[in-house]
Design a protein around this ligand. Structure first.
Ligand SMILES: NC(=O)c1ccc[n+]([C@@H]2O[C@H](COP(=O)([O-])OP(=O)(O)OC[C@H]3O[C@@H](n4cnc5c(N)ncnc54)[C@H](O)[C@@H]3O)[C@@H](O)[C@H]2O)c1
Length: 320
């Protein structure tokens, strides 16, 4: 039996595909392959299409007897989503509607969905800044809204059609499995810092007066290899589950501040630099760290790799 991985040619998807193949699964990838250009293992078929192309989707589900779908494909830039909200709803929610319809028609009922900590928005947290899955979700941008709406849409099918759905809420993903699999786009802190250094510019820090140990934002950085391992556990979990929806945080349970990440970049790259502080961005929570107890309990998964592993592997992928 075969798993369909949408978005499998992208940064995270390519790592997930490699781990699924390593675990002995047959994999087919559907990806438009415009932002994702990562190389896939030779035994994996790539169907180059957009999720909005309904006929291609139905043909694909006719051609394969899928055990389930790992739905990674999505547009993911927060700022772009604010500028082009309808594009985000069309691609992320229109695309998911088509995918779920094809799954329903072809009785494929196992879904692992790439969700995000963005569903939580700006939560009011205790001093440990830890957030659990049952916290109130209140996304503050169209990107996060499409992730939460995607969870709701998939959850509804667990009631109407006995679907089994695991939504993995990724925290801040970084690092690379090998030199071919690095994150090529600068939307996350670590590649943004690398890009600034490459251009001989000072990396920018948004805000220095947050109520954190060094005044900069704290986030939970998880290695993309650990994240991909969590997907292997998730496909096994969802295959054996009862019809239901389960959201699971995927992080480390430990936070790192922006300055700690920058110090790690300086250590790994050997480049000394002074960051440039600018005004905090509106809506940035001071700290957001995953409660990872559910991932441990249900998926028997805990992250293995450190912040240094994340930064070092990302640096080596950029500078092979
Ligand atoms: N990178 C992060 O830190 C992070 C954090 C939380 C959640 N996520 C989620 O993880 C997933 C993957 O992110 P990534 O960082 O690998 O992004 P990416 O842009 O590298 O990969 C996304 C892939 O999906 C494909 N795609 C997007 N929309 C498509 C569509 N409508 N039809 C066909 N293909 C389409 C793109 O071609 C690309 O290859 C996304 O769902 C994103 O929302 C990422």
């Amino acid at each position: 039996m075969t798993w369909l991985v949408t978005g499998g040619a992208g940064y995270i998807g390519a790592h997930v595909v490699q781990k699924l193949v390593d675990a002995g699964h047959d994999v087919v990838v559907l990806d438009e392959a415009t932002t994702g250009t990562h190389r896939l293992p030779p035994q994996v078929t790539l169907v180059q299409a957009n999720l909005t192309q309904n006929q291609t989707l139905h043909r694909l589900f006719n051609d394969y007897d899928f055990q389930g779908v790992v739905h990674v494909a999505a547009r993911k830039q927060v700022r772009e989503s604010v500028e082009k909200p309808l594009f985000y709803w069309r691609e992320n929610i229109g695309g998911l509607t088509n995918l779920l319809t094809a799954m329903q028609v072809h009785s494929v009922k196992n879904l692992v969905f790439s969700s995000s900590a963005a569903v939580y928005g700006q939560p009011q947290l205790g001093s440990d800044a830890i957030i659990a899955e049952d916290a109130h979700c209140n996304p503050i941008n169209p990107y996060g809204a499409t992730k939460l709406a995607g969870e709701w849409m998939a959850e509804a099918l667990t009631v109407s059609d006995d679907f089994k759905v695991v939504a993995l809420r990724y925290f801040n993903v970084g690092g690379a499995g090998n030199a071919n699999l690095g994150d090529e786009y600068s939307y996350n802190l670590i590649p943004i810092v690398f890009d600034a250094l490459e251009k001989n510019e000072s990396p920018i820090v948004f805000g220095k007066n947050f109520e954190t140990s060094d005044g900069t934002c704290i986030r939970d950085y998880v290695h993309v290899e650990d994240l991909a391992d969590a997907h292997v556990s998730a496909v096994e979990y969802v295959s054996a589950a009862e019809p239901k929806f389960t959201a699971i945080n995927i992080g480390t349970g430990k936070g790192s501040s922006v300055l700690e990440v920058m110090n790690m970049v300086a250590k790994v790259s050997g480049i000394e630099f002074e960051p440039k502080f600018v005004q905090a961005r509106q809506g940035d929570p001071a700290a957001l760290v995953a409660d990872v107890s559910r991932a441990k309990e249900l998926l028997n998964w805990v992250s293995q790799r450190s912040l240094e592993d994340i930064v070092r592997s990302a640096w080596l992928a950029k500078n092979p």
